[in-house]
Write a protein that binds this ligand. Sequence first.
Ligand SMILES: *[C@@H]1O[C@H](CO)[C@@H](O)[C@H](O)[C@H]1NC(C)=O
Ligand SMILES: *[C@@H]1O[C@H](CO)[C@@H](O)[C@H](O)[C@H]1NC(C)=O
Length: 303
Amino acid sequence: MMWTWTDCLCVTLLLLLQRAGSEKFEVLGPTRAIVAVAGDDIILPCYIKPNISAEDMRVDWFRVNLPDPQSNIRVHLYQDGRDKYHDQIRSYEGRTSLFKEELKKGNTSLKLTRVQGTDDGQYKCLVQSKTHYDDATIQVHIRAIGSKPELSIEGQKEGGMGLLCVSKGWFPEPELEWLDSEGVTLSAGPSETDRDYKGFYIVKLKTIVKETDTNHFTCRLRQRQLSEQINMETEFHISSELILVHTDTWRVAFAVIVSLSIVLVVILAFTIWRCNRLSNDYDASKAKHSQELVKDEHSLELS
Ligand SMILES: *[C@@H]1O[C@H](CO)[C@@H](O)[C@H](O)[C@H]1NC(C)=O
Ligand SMILES: *[C@@H]1O[C@H](CO)[C@@H](O)[C@H](O)[C@H]1NC(C)=O
């Protein structure tokens, strides 16, 4: 088969087009996790190699491994030369942007402002041309130092006085512990964990205390998951009267019950004694009576 010059041109053009369209690239992210302090503005690095322009590509930033598989995953989408926000996760609203000047150089990094607890986790940066795509994974760790533990009295509980310790605004989750004045851990209920709307942790721990020599109690917070451990302590002194008022109520109630019981027992004992005596008297008189009858019979026989 003979090739005409038009065939040759077509093949050459096709090859050229294919080469241009299928320009291969790699998407690269940071080699280490990004550690961000709550409230900061951060850059999630992502770029393509070789550094061709990404202006005409689709740049898709999304979350992976979210706890709820049904939830939306989109963080930021750039497509057809524009940012598209229609299916963005609510918590990212107004906080994401790409560097438009940098896109020309293949830099598809994402700017995320005012980071919060919900931003913690894994991200993917997916860059797609007409014929090729690649992605990179970026891990983000959020760090937030919360409030000093706050203590309050919950009131009289079975076995003593209920105390509550609460601390807010943490990431990751800290641990709480109740201590007595000698630093000995007090038994406490299970610690309760909540997250606020920004994803920061709120932790609560309850305990029940009895009166001690000092009535001094401490709630200790520990954040062990950070490179440097954080310890915070809040001390609490309950006035003796406060515990006593409540303990007294119990003491008085107890005393009343005990005294009433004693009185009842005395009355009961007396009643039983009286009854016994009465029945004894009755028996005695009956015996006397029958003796007299026997005597009468005897006298009858004798006569
Ligand atoms: C791409 O990288 C090369 C080499 O690092 C550099 O000389 C060139 O200016 C870059 N191009 C763009 C568009 O940034
Ligand atoms: C991408 O752009 C951001 C923002 O200007 C910059 O901080 C970062 O170093 C750039 N990354 C690369 C690989 O050029």
